[in-house]
Design a protein around this ligand. Structure first.
Ligand code: FES
Ligand code: FES
Length: 230
């Protein structure tokens, strides 16, 4: 599959009706990866968040003005609870903040990588209610009351690797390793929704994750190994 096909595949994973080479409907994968947010829609969301703030005025200190701001109609509460890796985390989140920024720079979960920061490479993939999302294109406020899983949340109770992580290591998947957390999260989302995917289904499902080191075949072998129970 060429790089262009991979990029194209990423856009289709969210649910259009194009077919894989074995004739299977790609909409199958809407359960696996959320429909990618277009840059236009994402920016619209950020602008509308910003407009809410502008409407109530800018407040930066913990003064009485803060309380007045919080009580203003349309104000967005900044101190919110997020469920991340099974734990409730209280965190101060700007209205226009992306989930990738919150995870990395507020919660210290740096396993989620930021690369393109525009929904094109999949490095920032996390699970939201077991579906793969690009966290760089997801506003944190939009995922309150959802279950967020990052790469740090995959380890077992004794710290053992998740079967997908183990297979990635055994198949020598990571080269520089930068794309690996995102690749793993997408693979986990696929296998949760569809435990025994075909080769083509794996390729389509993983097409939103780029690897500059070109380790695609290693990742494919690793996911196939898990899918076959190996
Ligand atoms: S950093 Fe999110 S898709 Fe590239
Ligand atoms: S292993 Fe280096 S970018 Fe994928």
């Amino acid at each position: 599959m060429s790089k262009d096909e991979k990029k194209d595949g990423c856009k289709s994973v969210g649910g259009d009706s194009r077919e894989t080479t074995d004739g299977e409907d790609r909409s199958l994968f809407s359960r696996v990866r959320a429909k990618p947010v277009t840059r236009r829609d994402f920016i619209k969301g950020v602008i509308s968040s910003g407009a809410t703030i502008a409407a109530v005025g800018y407040v930066s200190s913990s003064s009485g003005a803060d309380r007045a701001w919080a009580a203003s109609p349309g104000a967005v509460e900044r101190l919110i609870s997020l469920t991340v890796n099974g734990r409730t985390r209280r965190v101060d989140v700007l209205p226009q903040e992306t989930l990738a920024m919150t995870l990395r720079y507020k919660l210290g979960l740096t396993g989620t990588k930021l690369s393109c920061d525009r929904g094109e490479c999949g490095a920032c993939t996390v699970l939201i209610d077991d579906v793969a999302y690009n966290s760089c294109s997801t506003l944190t406020h939009s995922v309150r009351n959802r279950n967020i899983t990052t790469i740090e949340g995959l380890e077992g109770s004794s710290g053992q690797l998740h079967p997908v992580q183990k297979a990635f290591v055994e198949e020598l998947g990571p080269q520089c390793g930068f794309c690996t957390p995102g690749q793993i999260m997408s693979a986990v989302a696929l296998l949760k929704a569809h435990p025994h995917p075909t080769r083509d289904e794996i390729l389509v499902s993983m097409s939103g994750n780029m690897c500059r080191c070109g380790s695609y075949d290693h990742y494919l072998k690793a996911i196939t190994r898990v899918a076959q129970g190996g």
